[in-house]
Design a protein around this ligand. Structure first.
Ligand SMILES: [Zn+2]
Length: 450
């Protein structure tokens, strides 16, 4: 395998940073350990929070001899970031540099109400944009492309990612969140070849184009769609439906406001998302025990930054359930890959003791050609038993039996997830269309977690 990777590595122009992207796993690990030791030292020396937290846990940076030693360090989560920000305004004492060194912040509103700021030094920001360029390059974006950035540009960490496309030399259209009709007009006027949005919005935008009498496959030039923010981009059935609508390839990206706009993205092989392993160390843990799960199994993604000076993240619980692989990719890159982003821990439903993510249902709904692919899950507790109802829509012009369609879909859901569900087949255009992040679950149960 080493020989094959060396051969791939000679195709230098395929890579943004050839030596780095194709180095051996042993080299990745050695590099990570060196970066980690320096970064832990920086966190301890610069951040009052980490100094207190490491001391309270009885861990010392000079005792770190292997990557496994990181597991003795305490975890941190969003609630801590919010609390420390309130305690020491405006940025909190997790920050490890003087305020004068901070040149950029994003702010995430979050469902909890208090926006948390994600600060960057000038070096952190440059590192991010260079990584962004590397990731776009791996997805096939080139200087000849015209790239329309259709993520929110206001205080949102996804906004500056557009500079990654600009850095690699593509024409970069800072579109932001325009009304769909206006965005379609811009895509058409400039014949944009690539766009970034959420998967549900990519679907909605394509449908809107069709309603306006446009054929996205013929009237628009978009051939690459980058998506993030929802599990859909890693669900093959969702990807292939969006691809058919646009005649474009869909590339899933993963980002996190507390770290980088994107931390991983699909290469042209689109077999998992390559990770920014020189910037962020990955652990996948059992959310209940905190122990690592075997490679390939689902667990919570826990991240440690390796260079980000402004606010180091040491063992940050993302709340995202993922699975990873370190198998070599056909593209020749050797960084570890997210094989699946299965959903948020918050979104996980437990139906009669079975763990279920909306993304599991999405995969089934998008496979059934008689359905539009839109869906909603309603969970109730009837006579002390959990009852899952899945609302779906049949396509326009469907003239088969609704009962048969519901029965077939129910059997398929049961086979894939192990959960029995009532199916309600609705007429097309009944379920609300998402223009940003889709709300797919309505949980009407009381006291489920007690
Ligand atoms: Zn690859």
């Amino acid at each position: 395998m080493v020989v094959a990777l060396r051969k791939e590595a000679s195709r230098d122009r395929d890579y943004w940073a050839p030596g780095l992207e194709t180095q051996s796993r042993a080299e990745w690990q050695r590099q990570t350990l060196e970066l980690l030791k320096a970064h832990l030292r920086h966190a301890y020396q610069g951040s009052p929070y980490y100094r207190a937290s490491f001391d309270a846990a009885g861990v010392r940076v000079d005792q770190v001899k292997s990557l496994d030693d990181l597991r003795r360090f305490p975890l941190i989560d969003k609630a801590v970031l919010r609390d420390r920000q309130l305690a020491v305004p405006p940025f909190g004492d997790v920050v490890a540099v003087p305020e004068d060194d901070i040149v950029y912040i994003s702010a995430s509103s979050g469902s909890t109400g208090v926006p948390t700021a994600s600060p960057f030094t000038a070096r952190d920001f440059d590192d991010w944009i260079d990584y962004e360029a590397r990731q776009f390059w791996s997805s096939g974006l080139r200087p000849r492309d015209r790239y329309a950035h259709s993520l929110n540009l206001s205080l949102f960490i996804g906004g500056p990612c557009v500079l990654g496309a600009q850095k690699l030399g593509a024409l970069s259209i800072h579109a932001g969140t325009l009304p769909s009709e206006r965005l379609l007009a811009i895509l058409r006027q400039f014949q944009a070849t690539a766009i970034w949005t959420t998967p549900s919005y990519a679907w909605y935008l394509g449908e809107t184009a069709v309603k306006e009498g446009l054929d996205p496959r013929r009237d628009l030039a978009v051939r690459r769609i980058f998506v993030a923010g929802e599990p859909g981009g890693s669900i093959p059935e969702t990807r292939s439906r969006i691809e058919a609508l646009w005649n474009a390839k869909v590339y899933d990206y993963y980002g996190l406001s507390d770290i980088f706009g994107s931390c991983a993205g699909m290469c042209e092989e689109r077999d998992g998302l390559h990770w920014a392993e020189d910037h962020i160390h990955v652990e996948v843990l059992d959310p209940k025990t905190g122990e690592p799960v075997p490679e390939g199994e689902r667990g919570e993604l826990v991240l440690t930054t390796l260079k980000k000076a402004a606010r180091p993240m040491i063992r940050f619980r993302t709340n995202d359930i993922v699975s990873i692989t370190t198998e070599p990719c056909r593209c020749g890159r050797t960084s570890l890959r997210l094989k699946g982003i299965h959903g948020r821990l918050d979104d996980m439903l437990i139906i009669k003791g079975v763990n279920l993510f909306p993304s599991d249902i999405e995969a089934v709904a998008r496979q059934e050609t008689a359905l539009t692919g839109e869906y909603k899950l309603v969970v109730e507790r009837l006579h002390h038993l959990d009852q899952l109802t899945i609302e779906v829509e049949h396509i326009h012009g469907f003239n088969g039996s609704i009962d048969e369609l519901a029965h077939r879909f129910s059997k398929h859901v049961k086979a894939i997830t192990g959960v029995h569900a009532e199916i309600r087949v609705l007429p097309p255009d009944t379920l609300p269309r998402a223009t940003h992040k889709a709300k797919r679950v309505e949980d009407r149960r009381q006291g489920v977690w007690e």
